[in-house]
Design a protein around this ligand. Structure first.
Ligand code: V47
Ligand code: SF4
Length: 400
């Protein structure tokens, strides 16, 4: 363990800490769940060092230094959308549809075939909502992908799409998810959650599936034996109380089903959307949010930092604030974030780069599949470029 990481047990012995600080630290040390009031207090009052010590303790109890990643690629069927979420740079294109893309089945299959021979294990499919992408279309797409590459894990669509396409097909959520599973769906990504509380959801994501509908579709999927992720879009008009409400609803459903694998906080980025006037929150706020999420969601195994959204440097630091997963080696077909203003205009990282990013901060990089089966431990793997590296002292030392 790196010495710079906070130590929870030192905190417990620190007489300068308030009773509130020691009570929450004591709960975390004892593996006890914190309450909604304590969650709100952490967001509002607790300083970053304290939050880091608590969150890192939980992270290391669950995973030690292990840090997970996977090899995946993304397909975004379209960047045009019927809905008008105010944070999304896709929604503006519905009036200028010709400026967007709407891939056909064949084009998407070409994207899948482009990865033939590459060691990817997952395709992540998510994009805008349009009428031509319906139950029949997605069923056929999933079937074709499975025919072509049966072992490729299909992580696809969110309750936003499912609610829309099942309603259009006049079938129940249960029947719809059954059909998706039969067609080849393996798991669900965490998108579309945004902020559940209606005070905020109605303002930023009005018209698309409600919080209850989002949670219900995940619940049905979990009851069918499926696994899924959950996200929270933070750092716009929501208050801390709305974040706590969001985390609480997820924690309650997870108590019921146990089907969530990973929680992914998504930082609001402000380029080219209807909320561009809002400033983005600071890196400190990102770290505080990771840490409180890790502490609050005691029944979630993993907290993921989506590095294309927060930069590689912040992803590294996040590993000391509760995060144990950084999203896979992603190719440049993921455009929702570069359009929304993330630094990563071309979010691609090779396995070697990702492994080194993790090792540089003293953690152990583990390649996983979507369901967290360990595929490769990269802790001690030596790359060709390591062999070429001759050490800092071989650099020119002129003028010394
Ligand atoms: O629901 C849209 C977000 C989500 C912006 O499950 C924005 O492994 C920030 O859920 N600023 C979709 N965020 C992506 C998603 C996801 C990503 C990576 C991994 C996984 C997983 C899931 O993207 C949307 C929305 O919350 N988003 N616009 C924006 N301006
Ligand atoms: Fe459409 Fe999703 Fe963007 Fe909302 S966030 S406008 S549902 S693509």
């Amino acid at each position: 363990m790196l010495q710079s990481r906070g130590n929870l047990f030192q905190l417990l012995d620190d007489n300068r800490l308030s009773a509130d600080h020691r009570a929450v630290a004591g709960k975390v040390a004892g593996g006890e769940r914190i309450s909604a009031d304590e969650g709100a207090w952490l967001f509002q009052e607790a300083d970053l060092g304290y939050l880091g010590a608590l969150a890192n303790h939980i992270r290391e109890q669950k995973h030690g230094d292990r840090t997970f990643f996977n090899r995946n690629f993304h397909i975004e069927p379209t960047n045009v959308c019927l809905y008008t979420c105010t944070f999304c740079s896709y929604s503006r294109l519905i009036k200028e549809r010709k400026d967007g893309w709407e891939y056909t089945m064949d084009e998407m299959m070409d994207m899948v075939r482009a990865y033939d021979g590459h060691p990817v294990t997952e395709v992540h499919i998510v994009g805008g909502v349009l009428p031509q992408y319906d139950v029949a279309f997605y069923s056929e797409l999933f079937r074709k992908i499975k025919q072509h590459r049966p072992e490729l894990h299909i992580k696809a669509l969110t309750p936003v799409e499912y609610h829309y396409i099942f309603k259009k097909a006049k079938i129940s959520y249960e029947e719809g998810m059954k059909q998706m599973k039969e067609a080849g769906l393996d798991s669900m990504p965490g998108g579309g959650a945004e902020i559940f509380h209606p005070e905020i959801r109605d303002q930023i994501a009005g018209g698309k599936c409600s919080a209850d509908q989002w949670l219900r579709i995940h619940e049905i999927w979990h009851e069918m034996g499926g696994r899924s992720n959950a996200t929270m879009l933070y750092g716009h008009i929501e208050k801390y109380e709305h974040r706590v409400d969001h985390l609480e609803r997820l924690r309650q459903l997870q108590d019921k089903t146990g089907g969530f694998q990973t929680f992914i906080p998504l930082k609001f980025r402000n380029k080219d959307n209807q909320m561009s006037h809002l400033p983005e929150v600071s890196v400190l706020e990102d770290l505080r949010n990771y840490a409180v999420s890790r502490i609050y969601l005691d029944n979630f195994d993993h907290i993921k930092a989506y590095w294309p959204m927060i930069s590689r440097d912040v992803a590294q630091i996040s590993l000391a604030f509760g995060v144990d997963d950084i999203d896979g080696t992603i190719d440049d077909t993921t455009r929702i974030y570069s359009m929304a203003g993330s630094e990563e205009q071309n979010p691609a990282m090779t396995t070697e780069e990702l492994v080194k990013l993790v090792r540089q901060v003293g953690r152990k990089p583990i390649e996983r599949d979507t369901l967290y089966n360990v595929l490769n431990d990269y802790t001690d793997v030596v790359f060709e470029s390591d062999k070429e590296f001759r050490g800092y002292f071989s650099l020119p030392v002129a003028n010394q």
